[in-house]
Write a protein that binds this ligand. Sequence first.
Ligand SMILES: Cc1cc2nc3c(=O)[nH]c(=O)nc-3n(C[C@H](O)[C@H](O)[C@H](O)COP(=O)(O)O)c2cc1C
Length: 730
Amino acid sequence: MLRRLHGLPGVVLALGLTVVAVTGAVLSLQPALDRATVPTVPSGTNVADLAAQVAARHPGIAAIRQRPDGGITVAFDDGDARGVERVDPATGAGLGPYQVSEATRVITNLHRSFLAGDAGRAVAGIGALAMLALSLSGTALLARRLGGAGALLRPIRGTPAQRWHGELGRLAGAGLVLSSFTGLWMSAGTFGLIPEAQGITRVVTASSGAPAPVGTLAALRSVPLTDLRELRFPDPSDPTDIFTLRTAAGETQVDAGTGAALAFAPATTLERINDLVRTLHTGRGAWLLGLLLGLASAAVPVLGATGIILWVRRRAARPRVAANAPAHGADTVILVGSEGNSTWGFAGTLHAALTAAGHRVHIAAMNDVGTAHLAADRLLVLTATYGEGDAPASAKSFLSRLARLEGRPPVAVLGFGDRNFPHFCRFAQEVADALEAKGCPRLLPMKRVDRRSSQEFAQWGRDLGAVLGHDLTLSHVAEPPKSVPLTLAGRELYGEAVGTPVAILRFEAPLDPRTGAPGRLPSFAAGDLVGILPPGDAMPRFYSLASSTRDGMLEICVRLREGGLCSTFLHALAPGGTVNAFIRENPAFRPTAGRAPLILIGAGAGIGPLAGFVRANAEGRPMHLYWGGRSAASDFLYEHELAQHLAERRLTSLATAFSRDAEGGAYVQDRIAADAPRLRELLKQGAQILVCGGRDMAEAVTRAFEPVVRPLGLDLATLKSCGRYVEDVY
Ligand SMILES: Cc1cc2nc3c(=O)[nH]c(=O)nc-3n(C[C@H](O)[C@H](O)[C@H](O)COP(=O)(O)O)c2cc1C
């Protein structure tokens, strides 16, 4: 529901809202500019003094106004000359005609009405309502993604578009809510939906005597000029007419002859609210707020563009399920829990494979679970996990609905998640537990798929096929990638002598056949993944990148695995040979922004992305590398490059552990335990820990870190949840 409220309406309205927001941002500069140019009203002067000074120059003076920016203007009709003039509040001297520039007028009209009169004004009002709804629903969506309102300030993970949208959204959110709410209020006022202030009715008790000089009128002398909003002069042809003085406190009628206050009407609550709303919307009289609101508005075009990218990607990822069998009569029901839609892609592949195997398969969102679904022969649940181990959007109401339904079909639950999060596939586990508690027989034990691994999904398919009694080949690549050819430019081989051959492979884009110039590499950063398609296999294998596009080559470390199709292919590849590859961003495994120290930990080929982070550290951020291999003589990957980085201060310290060296015989976790005091110091400075390598090593490192962080009152779950302990584990 929230997503529906936010997604499509946002895309449709993006252009119109961008016009309103950008013009609003430009207008927001005005109060600050005015503040610099408009002469300030001196304290100690009163309204009568200024009125006298100006009346001496303009016999036909009609009104003196103090504008919200503090500037004083005078409206006059002297017979031979008429107009509105700016005046110096200290002397009453004229400062030239008051004019709104043509550009300001056009921008204001664009902002208020798209230059289209009342119809445009109504559209702008609806735009304000839409902006309010988008800001509130966006904040709620972000809170849901991050694990609740209390988690709104947590680091945002995801693709660059997701991060920009989320970061800007939370920075600008409060300002946009304020601007759109006040804009909506003012729009409603324009259309008479909010009653306007009713000035007091004219009293008839004026003395009707000869008018006294305005500078002598007591009721005007008693009001400081700083308080003035407007002073309307009496009509000179009407001896009974009076002065009308408006201040923030209300409206006073002043006898032109005696200077006595005849009547006072205090400002109503509604008037005060209207004043406040106008100040909050325009920033007039509150220039700093105006600038902040302007900055928030300036974020709208970027929010619109990234929002459209996210919406298009989400739609593109949604599977077009061909031949979805009706729920009634389906033998197999697939229920999908997804937020970003990638799980729908896996479910679509499963649906197609089961349908091809002769099953009548119905697929639906988990939120739509109903009696018919539980009447099927089997139920397959594929679900992602979000926030703090919570349900994704399409599964929010699944558990509560399930509790109210009858039926206990055999079930298999497949969780999609990311090991870098502290609650890996926790929602899938909750679903499996709830189904078991309901009495649904288990078709397969619950399984977790890490970072959309095609291999783990295919393995689950084989297990499911075995239970169903037929082959089930699930070959699904999360987002069908467009691969590009890459040419092997160089290779270095390590570790053969100790039984762990690891190759550092450097690829370049092939030469452009037309120009002979080097081709362009795709865009990637160290820590991202490259998917490589081994010849004759549609299933990509992923390797962590040790370089970024800026390095001019794509570098990976590949350990030769016994029987491994892709690693065997890559180790046999000769310089000049090509591979088909594509990039998968891995935003969860990146150094945080800023200058806090980084503790990089890896073993074997896991050094790849860590070496990439060090190489990119031209600004000398503190980086401490712990790395484990087998033998300094045989598999010390990047030995010379790391020595160079130490000399250049790209790397602050290096601790190695070689398990097979005669005098060493240590593992990387031993170095961590030995370095506990120093590591604690670094953590106190806000250090982030990045771990890359095999699962066993990562688990040993986790165990070694627990006693390091405990005396600081920290634990790894907390560090992980705020992105200060991240892993890239395989
Ligand atoms: C903001 C955010 C929070 C996440 N939280 C978790 C989590 O707590 N546990 C987990 O295992 N995976 C978590 N993930 C990973 C997703 O579950 C995983 O990427 C999944 O494949 C996404 O599937 P979907 O595209 O169908 O939503 C999170 C991802 C994001 C972007």
